[in-house]
Design a protein around this ligand. Sequence first.
Ligand SMILES: *Cc1c(COP(=O)(O)O)cnc(C)c1O
Length: 341
Amino acid sequence: MQKANIDWENIGFGYIKTPYRFVSNYKNGAWDEGALTEDDKVVISECAGVLQYAQTCFEGLKAYTTQHGHIVCFRPDLNAERMHDTALRLEMPPYPKDKFVEAVKKVVKANEAYVPPYGSGATLYIRPYMFGSDAVIGVKPANEYQFRVFTTPVGPYFKGGVKPIVIKVSDFDRAAPRGTGHIKAGLNYAMSLHAIVTAHKEGFAENMYLDPATRTKVEETGGANFLFVTKDGTIVTPKSDSILPSITRRSLCYVAEHYLGMKVEHREVLFSEVKDFAECGLCGTAAVISPVGKIFDHGKEIDFPSGMEKMGPVIQKLYDTLTGIQMGRIEAPKGWIEVIE
Ligand SMILES: *Cc1c(COP(=O)(O)O)cnc(C)c1O
């Protein structure tokens, strides 16, 4: 397979069009077979449900080349399941889970020339998404939907080495109790844009959102779950009904427990405990784990002992083990790696 002529190490995280995408339409109560297409344009009614009332959701995962030269993706069944749950909460017809995985594999295979080579640090980002496509003017679910999957190559997340980030406790809320924080809905991101632009202007990389009801408990950032390490080496991840269940976070916790023999706690985390943790990281598909060096809270500063130079030792070990599993250097738990033939 002749690879596309791309400087893999220097592409960053932007949209680069690849030749093929998958499209399936839902009409008269059923999804059609769906097919690959080269047409990257979406044509829908000016009054489409997605345009008026934001009836849309998405997923994100990656394909990459392992040490042994296989093209694989990581636990796509969990993305299928999460999109299924998201769709139900948004009154959208769920896309069948087995067909979701099939569609992902088809698109990756068709865009094989754009799957970055092993060792480049780059990956092929996969974006499945779905939206209400027919006209809706009264507030109600659409009758017709489109499910699509496109891919775009993205560069290494930590270019020029890992640098811990500085974040702030946000004055905005991300997700209401009993709201939509636990699903991957576009609307959660629309309303987070002002908060992240504000944080960036103030010089912070990310927002830490607290629970809106009491503002005493840690929730997550705009697009990644928190993972903390206590001074005696226990992994702690915040639990709340309005946190998006990150597949990376769940995988890291499994690895901590079953590969590294660590103690793992998934529980409510008070903001007042955060100052006592030894390490802090953000988990998500994009970075796997991004270390946090400092948290600003209205003039007060929490400095983690792991510092601003490198990942803390426990987070580093978690990162190395999970990326080792993903890249085929360490044996994966059964069913985690989906090989694309
Ligand atoms: C997608 C997402 C994550 C990360 O989930 P992964 O499955 O690990 O990529 C975390 N938080 C939010 C709000 C997200 O939308």
